[in-house]
Design a protein around this ligand. Structure first.
Ligand code: ANZ
Ligand code: ZN
Length: 770
């Protein structure tokens, strides 16, 4: 073996990448595997030119956990793919002037190359891309199953229209500009955008409302289950809370009021029927969008000249129109109770309406129902999932419209409905997708009556693509992938996902939709579990120059350059060392350089001369470090795990290394620095390939404590020496004195008479007579 002077990452890292592939160490036999562990990271959508350091941070965080599990005896399956269909990728393709298909092909090659370089233990035999027709065929199949179950329906309603993306969007895709991190037109910086301005999460434009007929999925039918199941899954509380608030189940009553001189009644939704006595007005939605689009939150008000009658006391309640009541919530009307509701009070103050203070009365709930004035009603914030998109780059919705037979699903044997290559793929904004300009695509026959019929020309939402991909991965190589979306046997063994890892920004989109689809497939008896991700970890974000990395801000750290210069292991270590996995961390070049020096130090240590016998302090530190790193990785506390390894490395440098000490070091570092540790494991430590399938080191409880202590020796309070002594003896004054006097540097001061003052286990002070 040639003695390597430095860690030559350019030679070593690709070498092991090849060896790992050849030996399939990251490709478990999914049919046979016992003790399985499905370790999944949210697959990326290839929008920009490639992955940035923030993506690498997330992938590596997930990978370390998988590697740790593998070394703990699990058969770990860690797949990767691309969520490449959809508006995000399509917008990018349009921007750079490529067809979406060409962009997908280019980015696929680049993404997979980058994901190889970072050294994650992916199963490269089982990749998937959502734009692959072998995949989207089953996305279309899923649509049809939902349709057959009565959960996909078409309806005309007021929907969000994004003028930028020229398509409708689901409610979940509309968020505040601050949440989306996007600056809407008319503003110069995010700072000047008011908190309640809502934008398209993809392009940052402000959506409008349009009345259109669209396809929806009846996710509201699952609202109770989506809510109640939250108790049985291990997710961060803030994500559960976000879902809970979004579902927004609110139990209350609908109360109807007679209107003076009219036969029509007016209905309000209230959660506080017990305050009916104190109602002084009725307010109905004026239709202006409150909050979402308007910048000022000033309450508007217009008296209609009409009065409603409060059934409990006959009081005349003026009916007002206002912007603070939302058209889309409850009945779109409220009873104003200014004594108990702040918004009502603000409104009453502004328009000089009565305020009467009467104690809430619990018995009213019964009274109202008994007299037929109202009924129990549960209101939901959650709306059905709007699936249609008037865009090109997605799976065509597999439905056919026939004048005679209405909407019919495409027969399953005819799937996929292939997305044709067309030149005019840009969205026009007419309310119809680009495929609507292609009769050769939409002209077809009705599957029921055989008459002339027309295909749906909208495509489905990207979030449908990603709502089931985790089910597909384990089945890709099962032999049934052509005839089924997922194999029942493999699925029984490998799902649900054991550990899911991903960004908190998907709390309401991907994570909610995946849960819904999984529950649906469970109800169809196609799955034996109804929660896809029993364990979810939300990773933090890498920021640069104080902002989230994004191309538009020009603060993207391209990992390729750093891998070229420092190697993947150094980048991995640095990314994991920056801070806690779930926090915001600032990427600094100086930090990379520091980590580069650490890697060199470790490399040298592995090539230094070893001794036979280990210093006792090293033994103790070794066991302490194993304990610390093990515990930290289990909690995703990678930064403190690396810090502990660094301390151990420092001690080894000082006290000398032994083979045993280095074996432990290599193993503890292996999840973080997979290439370098594999190299020393095989080439220096003479172990059998591969370190990544070796057994994770175990610590010995008995060796966790130091059994020697240092006692300071003083003469007249001045330090003259120190000694290392067995812990048991350190409290024995005679023994300590005897040992201290054996030291010449001490005894030379003690020629006359003296006394010894002893602090057990710490200090012995010889006081001489003056
Ligand atoms: C009388 C009342 C008295 C109310 C009181 C609250 C407090 P959640 O819990 O969010 O469901 N509300 C009903 N429909 C509304 C709409 N379309 N736009 C704006 N506000 C609406 O809130 C339910 C409460 O929000 C309802 O109960 C109603 O005001 C108001 F001391 O009725 B309450
Ligand atoms: Zn948009």
């Amino acid at each position: 073996m040639v003695k390597a002077k430095f860690y030559d990452h350019k030679a070593i890292e690709p070498k092991w990448d090849r060896e790992w592939s050849l030996n399939k160490i990251y490709q478990p036999d999914l049919g046979k595997a016992t003790k399985k562990f499905y370790n999944l990271m949210m697959f990326p959508y290839p929008s920009a030119e490639g992955l940035h350091a923030g993506n690498m941070f997330a992938f590596t965080g997930s990978d370390i956990y998988g590697r740790f599990k593998r070394m703990n005896g699990y058969n770990v399956f860690e797949p990767i793919g691309l969520d490449g269909f959809g508006i995000h990728s399509e917008n990018y393709a349009l921007k750079v002037g490529k067809t979406p298909k060409k962009h997908a092909a280019d980015s696929e090659a680049n993404y997979y190359k980058q994901l190889h370089m970072i050294g994650d233990g992916f199963d490269w035999l089982r990749t998937l891309e959502t734009y692959d027709r072998d995949y989207y065929r089953w996305t279309q199949w899923l649509f049809i199953q939902l349709f057959k179950a009565g959960l996909a329906y078409r309806a005309k309603s007021s929907v969000n229209w994004c003028p930028g993306c020229r398509t409708v969007l689901a409610d979940e895709q509309i968020m505040t500009a601050h949440q989306a991190g996007k600056i809407p037109p008319g503003y110069k910086s995010l700072k000047e955008v008011p908190d309640d301005v809502k934008v398209c999460e993809r392009c940052g434009n402000i959506p409008e409302k349009r009345d259109l007929e669209q396809w929806f999925f009846r996710i509201t039918k699952y609202a109770d289950r989506l809510l109640e199941n939250l108790d049985k899954i291990n997710w961060p509380e803030k994500i559960k809370l976000a879902q809970k608030n979004w579902i927004g189940r609110s139990k209350g009553m609908i109360i109807s009021f007679d209107v003076e001189g009219e036969s029509e009644k007016i209905e309000v939704f209230t959660t506080r029927a017990d305050t009916l006595n104190a109602a002084t007005f009725i307010a109905v939605a004026s239709g202006e969008e409150s909050g979402s689009v308007k910048k000022d939150k000033e309450k508007t008000g217009k008296f209609t000249g009409r009065y409603a009658i409060n059934p409990i006391n006959g009081r005349k309640l003026p009916i007002w129109e206002t912007n603070y009541v939302s058209k889309d919530y409850g009945t779109g009307a409220i009873m104003g109770v200014p004594a108990h509701d702040e918004r009502d009070l603000e409104f009453a103050d502004k328009f000089k309406l009565d305020v009467i203070d009467i104690k809430p009365d619990q018995s009213l709930f019964e009274t109202i129902k008994k007299n037929g004035w109202g009924r129990d009603h549960t209101n939901l914030h959650l709306r059905d999932w709007l699936i249609s998109r008037q865009r090109y780059w997605g799976p065509p919705i597999p439905m056919i419209h026939c004048e005679k037979c209405d909407w019919q699903p495409v027969p399953e044997k005819d799937l996929p409905v292939v997305l044709p290559d067309i030149d005019d793929y840009s969205p026009e904004g007419t309310g119809r997708g680009p495929l609507a300009n292609h009769p050769e695509f939409y002209k077809t026959k009705c599957p029921k009556c055989g008459g002339a019929a027309r295909r749906e020309t909208d495509v489905s939402d990207t979030f449908l693509d990603s709502s089931w991909y985790f089910l597909r991965y384990p089945s890709i190589d099962s032999g049934t992938a052509d005839s089924r979306p997922f194999d029942p046997e493999v699925t029984k063994n490998w799902l649900p996902v054991d550990q899911y890892f991903g960004g908190a920004e998907h709390a309401l989109l991907h994570l909610m939709y995946s849960r819904f689809i999984t529950m649906f497939l469970y109800d169809q008896k196609l799955l034996n579990f109804d929660e896809p991700f029993p364990n979810f970890y939300a990773h933090g974000l890498v920021i640069k120059d104080g902002a989230k990395m994004s191309k538009s801000k020009g603060n993207v750290v391209n990992p390729d350059e750093y891998i070229e210069k420092f190697g993947a292991d150094t980048l991995r270590l640095y990314l994991m060392f920056m801070g806690p996995m779930d926090s915001y961390m600032d990427f600094r070049d100086s930090g990379m350089e520091g980590m580069g020096r650490f890697v060199e130090r470790v490399w040298k240590l592995f090539h230094a001369k070893t001794t036979e016998k280990m210093d006792n302090a090293v033994v103790v530190k070794m066991h302490q470090t194993i304990k610390k790193v093990t515990g930290d990785i289990k909690k995703f506390r990678y930064n403190t795990a690396i810090a502990a390894i660094m301390e151990y490395v420092n001690l080894l440098k000082e006290k000398g290394t032994s083979k045993e000490a280095l074996i432990m070091l290599a193993q503890l570092l292996a999840p973080f620095a997979p290439h370098m540790t594999e190299e020393v494991w095989n080439e220096v430590l003479g172990q059998k390939f591969s370190i990544h399938t070796s057994d994770w080191p175990k610590y010995n409880e008995k060796l966790l404590e130091v059994d020697e202590v240092i006692v300071i020796i003083q003469v007249n309070g001045k330090m003259r020496g120190q000694m290392t002594i067995d812990k048991d003896l350190a409290n024995d004054k005679e023994k300590v004195e005897e040992k201290a006097l054996a030291d010449e540097k001490v005894s030379k001061w003690l020629t006359g008479k003296y006394d010894a003052v002893f602090v057990p286990g710490k200090i012995i002070n010889f006081v001489t007579e003056v």
